[in-house]
Design a protein around this ligand. Sequence first.
Ligand code: NAD
Length: 292
Amino acid sequence: MGFNTVGVVGAGQMGQGITQLVATRGFHVVLYDIDPHALEGAQEQITGGLNKAVKKGILTEWVREKTLKNLKITSKFEDLGYCDLVIEAVPEKEEMKLEVFEGLEEICPESTLFASNTSSLPITRLAACTDRKKQFIGLHFMNPVPIMELVEVVRGWHTSDETFDQIQEFVKKLGKTLIVSKDYPGFIVNRVLMPMINEAIFALTEGIGSPEDIDKAMTLGGGHPMGPFALADMIGLDVCLDIMEIMHSEFGESKYRPAPLLRKYVEADMLGKKTGQGFYHYDDPDTPKSLK
Ligand code: NAD
């Protein structure tokens, strides 16, 4: 059975991108957030994103109009109650995610599938707070969602083949490439990516190089499309810290300890692009970054 209506919980960076992508592909989307400002921002970002895509010739006017019609942006949690699939994209804090799924469990029909966009939390443990462990799956989109090609799918201990097949079909309809990861902290992408970003921050702390030089080392020398500091600023330094903390506590190994300088930036509310200041500063998100 295909999905008709998809719910998205959390209208931050990822929720916005997921909503835009899914609505563009012809699904009805209900986007919910507890923060009305986040919903206003999402409406603006999604409309802006669609306009840009039309200007670049990626989307037609017709698709833009249809996408906007497919969208319902709401501050009423109950509006998620008629979705066939709900994708959770609230911050990377286990207690927040559990609260969302416990709430969804009460309002959604038994047939609804639950997915988490978590970057690193165990899917099996998130699923355990619901009575639909077979219909629970990790659906990890990459940032920026409309552009990045990959979706990492994570099967929890009890995820059924039927759920996996439905999600596989859905990812195909989104035009993305799917990889499957076992339910291990950080899955595949962040297990490899985050320790690299964290190590770059240790290297900066030790004075080995500036953020610009370390980024150049990895782009021009390592063949990466973005350097670790530019990428960390785009992901959000709070998200990077949460992921390192989860991997550190789950594996119990010192190689995953977050760099103290990363923690300092988060404490100072310098979270990267989203606050206008991280390892680089951003006068305007659309203009090139400049060094502090
Ligand atoms: P974000 O901070 O930009 O957005 C989170 C949103 O959730 C905010 O708008 C907040 O108001 C909302 N929220 C908080 N509690 C809520 C609740 N109870 N109900 C509804 N909304 C609630 O975070 P983000 O960067 O979009 O990350 C969201 C998730 O996606 C995290 O699990 C993160 O690890 C994962 N993720 C992030 C990236 C990235 O590059 N930022 C990439 C892949 C996955």
